[in-house]
Design a protein around this ligand. Structure first.
Ligand code: BDP
Length: 687
């Protein structure tokens, strides 16, 4: 097993009685019409059933009076009225299973849902499933570049072979589309948000069109990230000012050209005035001016403008003691609420800083009731140990989605904002920064496939539980052995907390410079203060943590009183967020009963030790998992363990220079000293 088939393995069902029972319900598939997506649904169902049942299933144009088969149908009848456009219903009646949807995409998602029932060995006889996506735009964002590299990608090179396209179309593109469609993902941004204007050239639009042709029958639209200064660099204009008539015309013509090349193009994603990228503020204009200009160009078409809220201006802490990168997006965007065109969705990262292993939810959620806010998660493990650490991300996604903003009283969860129910948004979006690359198994770490899977499932239905998703994925990908499934699910469920413990416990964040791998908490020099590690943890002789209460940066004022009150009191602030909001004395007793220093050491040491536990648990499932996959994960766990100890050592030895306390019993003091561990980290930073 090389992992290429992801969760779409369709191996023969071993239990003969079960297989025969399924076969009795799947004697034929009835499906008619020429709709390409419906044809995909039929073909996928046929392919899956053939593998699972070990025999060819005939496709008929109509069931006639035959029973014992599966009927695919696009219908607007009463049966489907309660469905969203892409929802599906699966029902069994008179020994016939019907998969219906209002659109062919709905039927496609229903077909995959039916296959999932077989893959997870659920009974079919009385099947009755109705499901509609909670979010309209369910997208992957690829940070892929023209040269084939992937920003923050750890699974080989880009999937897209730009130099071969459009003439050669790698068969892998279709397998990518299948995997996404099986989850309900319906959009993909193929290029990096730090965008090259080359993607806007006629030459590259042809290449993107070739991808769109592959994705279309799977219900997936392509989107592009734009370089805001393209009118200047590509168009030869003197300016890229969004209020300049020539610039507006340039974009209108460009969007027209895009739609001539890709008639069902999805839309544009924009990173502007962020981390050195150009944007409307270069001309004294606002984010709304920039977004609305593109929206105007998009007016004749169906597409959307997705404008990112990941922004932060230079935080010069010397003359603005209340400056805090945490507050930047809220400060820049909330005054613009109500000013964005109807075609615009503002895409907000889950947390206020940047995809940290644990962040409080972004205070933008709830504070822009007139602007559809989409959420952006990061699937690729930029801050989660790249491709050597096993971190199952569903609990991280869910922690944010389930967080209560209190904007309309209790129960105003981030999910209820993102799915549009709270503010009645006209558009809803969930995006995940992709972790797929050219690695044979797509994601580098075999277990990282589960993160792609979990993102897709949650984008469809954020109420699914992390554990249910894990179990589903395990059954489809790794094993159907019950004991092994429970063991692996347990391991996955604990993996994120374990990672946080040896990396950024109790609300520490961003102990890195550019590489974002091994912590360098001592790192104190950079072109901007908020690109140092000390900016975030603020360790000194008194204590540790960033004071974001009224006596500090007052970022907490961006949250509703119910949230703020709980978090601004160190006694009621949940431990996982404590150092996000408070500068806590080393000897302070925490709610756990331990002092800060002892609690920190406990976390770092137990976290690293828990990787040993992960190794042991993984060893026990060996008989139930494919040997090649098992060996791959075992080896990565060994690396993870080594690195966890090293990261723990880096932190405790460094923090000890401020806390001036011994390592508390029963923990052993590290075998190396601070200089030695710094050497180790420095090697990572060598060019
Ligand atoms: C940060 C990454 C950087 C991205 C940026 C973004 O380090 O590579 O360009 O986010 O989201 O996490 O724009």
């Amino acid at each position: 097993e090389d992992g290429y088939r992801l969760w779409l393995k369709y191996d023969l069902i071993g239990d003969v009685a079960k297989r025969q029972a399924y076969a009795r319900s799947a004697q034929f598939i009835a499906s008619s019409g020429t709709d390409p997506i419906l044809k995909t649904a039929t073909r996928e169902l046929q392919l899956g059933l053939q593998g699972l049942l070990g025999k060819a299933i005939p496709v008929l144009t109509s069931a006639g009076n035959r029973t014992g088969g599966i009927v695919l149908t696009v219908t607007t009848g009463t049966d489907s009225q309660s469905l969203a456009p892409e929802g599906y219903r699966i029902s069994a009646n008179n020994r016939t299973i019907t998969i219906s949807g209002k659109t062919s995409a709905g039927v496609l998602y229903g077909a995959f849902a039916l296959l999932r029932q077989l893959q997870t060995q659920q009974p079919l006889e009385a099947i009755s499933l109705t499901s509609s996506p909670k979010v309209q735009f369910r997208m992957l964002n690829h940070w892929d570049n023209v040269d084939g590299s992937v920003e923050r990608g750890y699974a080989g090179m880009s999937l897209w072979k730009w130099y071969e396209l459009p003439e050669r179309v790698d068969p892998r593109y279709r397998d990518y589309a299948r995997a996404n469609a099986s989850l309900g993902i319906n959009g993909t941004v193929v290029n990096n948000v730090n965008a090259s204007a080359r993607f806007m050239t006629a030459e590259y639009l042809q290449k993107v069109a070739a991808l769109a042709d592959v994705f279309r029958p799977y219900g997936i639209k392509v989107y592009l990230s734009v370089y805001f200064a393209a009118p200047k660099t590509l168009g030869g204009l003197k300016t890229s000012d969004p209020l300049d008539p020539q610039v507006r015309k340039w974009w209108a013509d460009k969007v027209k050209e895009i739609y001539q090349t890709i008639p069902d193009f999805g839309g544009l994603l924009v990173k502007a005035n962020s981390e050195g990228e150009p944007g409307p503020q270069d001309y004294g204009r606002t984010h709304a001016d920039g977004a609305n200009m593109l929206a105007e160009a998009m007016k004749p078409y169906d597409g959307v403008i997705i404008w990112r809220a990941f922004v932060y201006k230079a935080a010069d802490t010397s003359d603005r003691p209340t400056a805090d990168r945490f507050k930047a997006a809220h400060e820049e965007f909330t005054p613009l609420d109500g000013q964005f065109d109807k075609k615009v969705i503002v895409q907000v990262k889950n947390g206020p800083i940047d995809f940290q292993p644990r962040e409080p939810f972004s205070p933008l959620f709830g504070n822009m009731p007139k602007t559809p806010l989409g959420i952006e998660f990061q699937i690729t493990q930029e801050y989660l140990g790249f491709a050597t650490h096993m971190v199952y991300e569903a609990p991280l996604f869910k922690e944010c989605l389930e967080a209560d903003t209190y904007v309309n009283g209790k129960g105003s969860t981030v999910a209820s904002i993102v799915d549009g129910s709270l503010h009645r948004y006209s558009k809803t979006l969930m995006a995940g920064v992709a972790n797929a690359g050219s690695a044979r198994n797509w994601t580098g770490h075999p277990m990282a496939q589960a993160n792609w899977y979990a993102f897709g499932r949650l984008a469809w239905d954020h109420t699914l539980s992390s554990e249910a998703i894990a179990r589903e994925w395990i059954a489809m990908t790794l094993t159907q052995d019950r004991q092994a499934t429970s063991r692996i699910a347990n391991l996955m469920m604990k993996s994120r907390d374990i990672y946080v413990d040896y990396n950024t416990p109790i609300g520490l964040s961003r102990p890195w410079s550019g590489v974002h791998f091994a912590p360098e908490p001592w790192q104190n020099r950079s072109s901007r203060p908020d690109w140092t590690a000390v900016y975030y943890h603020r360790a000194d002789s008194l204590g540790l943590g960033f004071d974001r209460t009224a006596s500090g940066s007052n970022a907490l004022a961006q949250y509703r009183p119910d949230v703020r009150r709980q978090w601004e009191d160190p006694k009621t602030c949940p431990l996982p967020y404590l150092l996000w909001f408070h500068h806590v004395p080393w000897t302070q007793k925490l709610s756990s009963g331990k002092t800060l220093w002892t609690e920190l050491c406990t976390r770092f040491y137990t976290g690293a030790d828990s990787v040993r536990w992960m190794q042991q648990e993984w060893a026990l499932v060996k008989p139930a998992v494919d040997p090649a996959i098992h060996a791959d994960v075992s080896a990565r766990l060994a690396t993870q363990h080594k690195e966890a100890i090293w990261w723990r050592d880096a932190w405790v030895l460094y923090l000890q220079t401020f806390a001036k306390e011994p390592i508390p019993a029963p923990f052993k003091k590290p075998d190396r000293n601070l200089e030695e561990v710094q050497q180790l980290v420095n090697i990572y930073l060598l060019r």
